[in-house]
Design a protein around this ligand. Sequence first.
Ligand code: NDP
Length: 315
Amino acid sequence: MTTEHVKCLIIGSGPAGYTAAIYTSRANLSPVLYEGIQPGGQLTITTEVENFPGYPEGVTGPVLMDDLRKQAERFGADIRNGIVTKADLSQAPYHFIIDDEKEITADTVIISTGATAKYLGLEDEKKYAGMGVSACATCDGFFYRKKVVAVVGGGDTACEEAIYLAGLARQVYLVVRKPFLRASKIMQERVLNHPNIKVLFEHNAVGLYGTDGVEGMHVVKRLGEADEERYDVAIDGFFLAIGHQPNSAIFKPWVQTDETGYIITEGNTPRTGIPGVFAAGDVADPHYRQAITAAGSGCKAAIEAERYLSANGLL
Ligand code: NDP
């Protein structure tokens, strides 16, 4: 197995990872970035991005990520295809295995592996991906002005997304599998009192239909009960809000995580508590989950890495 030592290893290639690569390469840290399973991250599966500052006409997710990548490469960031399959953060320099075949040791590490939106697992979610199915209301809601949408989920995210969409769409159906909402009381009240939101309690979405995009969903009321009822609801957009899974599994033995797996950092910093190891972007952010906030935290992590190397005579 080949071994290589780097000053700064960046794991993940979303806005956080690429921004960290821009800053660390401009600081002469010769960063090496491994792109992971989904090069470019979650934004590569969205269509138009209209809320990333600097693009007055909007930009597609893949183009935005390509721009960030090119900007990092311009300053010498070494961006590689590969997946970090093992991590050992027990002592510095930290050890990693890439694709089960190469060893890397690193003085500083920026974990920016992101989070993955959960889907129901329906074939139709894949069939209509980018054609009416979305897991991000803030990203895609604007395209449903004056239209009819459904949001699946009963937690705080689903309620927040339903309220956000209700400000744009003509009608929002909130599809909740239980007879109650799991969300906080205040969010429940806002949803239940909103004139544009209709909550479909004890409903499961089991399929979608439409010719050139989503035109409706198949739902089942009281699935599996004697009075089970199946019917269709006409919608233009189908939003999933059933939670995200942060991609933190291989770091969990070493860094502190919350009950969902989000990496806990110190206060408003990307410090993990392990010297020289930082977490940026969605893997450490259960709250905002925006490209711009991820990019901001990638910048913070890069500055922290530079300061750590300098303070420890490792530059
Ligand atoms: P949650 O895990 O809290 O809620 C997920 C929701 O999706 C639940 O209603 C769950 O149903 C439903 N669900 C899960 N799987 C399925 C499925 N297969 N079919 C149908 N429904 C399903 O996730 P959130 O993303 O909402 O929230 C995550 C954390 O972030 C929470 O702690 C939340 O409080 C917090 N948060 C806080 C916010 C704030 O304070 N402003 C905003 C957003 C999130 P069931 O209840 O039946 O399990």
